[in-house]
Design a protein around this ligand. Structure first.
Ligand code: MG
Ligand code: MG
Ligand code: MG
Length: 306
């Protein structure tokens, strides 16, 4: 059958990286010996913490795959977040937890569930197929679930995520609270990144009823620490708005301890942020209380108010 490339979305997060590794292992166990875990971008500090903890290498960095190649998508299905020639490859499978955007002219295995993390779906796939979840796989899985659900506090968290974390933490031999907080904190270290990198680390560009919006999320244990760079961030945001022709750039600076986000929002449609959250942006910024999930508390709310 040839190589099968397995990858998550661009600007990969811990779920995208670990899911490519876990899915590749699953495929090989199921007899697809040429399944290879790949990634479409640099590893962030949080994921680096997980890989270092396990003494593991990151998946292979790729920019594209050859036309006609077999691929498996994890943690995404939106072509905008994937390889550029997605139309010209053969998508064998998708395992995901996002709204379905992808269409293909051929049948494929498609598994998506409205849970907090792709790894929660993968955990079920392992169980359904009696594939062993060893300590390494369990650690990869539990790390991603903690990451995507912000230690099970995000409104995206489901009973299945909670159950998976309990069981996986037992196999991994970790305390999810202390391990999880260390892992999330590692991800808040932005010291080695330029402003441009910070503004693209976890960026999602979406079209909301014809409005071009980019939403970028940065986790922190201290909002004031990030806000100390406000002027530089604003200058960087303005550059991105210009180069991408955006109507709105929403930067979410998410406090992982207190579960709030400070936003810096810039663009000609900042009224959308004000209307959506009943806030007034003062010098481009406002506190969005209780907002931690882009998927549940930002994209649908902006869409509803657009
Ligand atoms: Mg993701
Ligand atoms: Mg995910
Ligand atoms: Mg995320």
């Amino acid at each position: 059958m040839g190589k099968t490339y397995i990858f998550g979305h661009k600007n990969p997060d811990t779920d995208s990286i670990t899911s490519s590794l876990v899915m590749a292992n699953f495929e090989r166990k199921m007899g697809n010996e040429e399944a290879v875990a790949c990634r479409l971008g640099n590893i962030n500090k949080e994921t680096e913490y997980v890989l270092n903890y396990l003494g593991m290498e990151a998946p292979e960095l790729i920019e594209s795959v050859e036309d006609g190649a077999n691929v498996i998508l994890v943690d995404h299905n939106n072509p905008k977040e994937s390889i550029d020639n997605l139309d010209n490859v053969n998508v064998l499978k998708v395992v995901d937890h996002h709204a379905v955007v992808l269409t293909t002219g051929y049948p494929l295995y498609y598994r998506a569930e409205p849970v907090g993390c792709t790894e929660t779906v993968l955990y079920k796939l392992y169980r359904e197929n009696n594939i062993e979840v060893d300590k390494t796989i369990a650690t990869l899985m539990v790390s991603a679930i903690i990451s995507d659900t912000l230690l099970l506090k995000s409104p995206t968290t489901t009973a299945e995520d909670i159950k998976a974390v309990e069981e996986l933490a037992g196999i991994a031999g970790i305390d999810p609270q202390s391990y999880g907080l260390e892992m999330l904190k590692a991800g808040t270290d932005l010291s080695s990144f330029s402003i441009e990198e910070i503004l693209s680390l976890d960026a999602k560009e979406i079209d909301i009823k014809g409005i071009k919006v980019l939403i970028n999320q940065v986790n922190t244990a201290s909002i004031p620490d990030v806000m100390a760079k406000k002027a530089e961030l604003e200058a960087g945001i303005n550059k991105v708005i210009e180069s991408k022709g955006l109507d709105l750039f929403v930067l979410l600076i998410t406090d992982i301890v207190n579960s709030n986000s400070q936003t810096i929002s810039i663009g000609k449609r900042t009224d959308l942020v004000e209307k959506s959250y009943g806030v007034t942006l003062v010098e481009n910024t406002a506190l969005l209380e209780g907002v931690v999930s882009r998927k549940k508390q930002v994209i649908p709310v902006l869409t509803e108010n657009a």
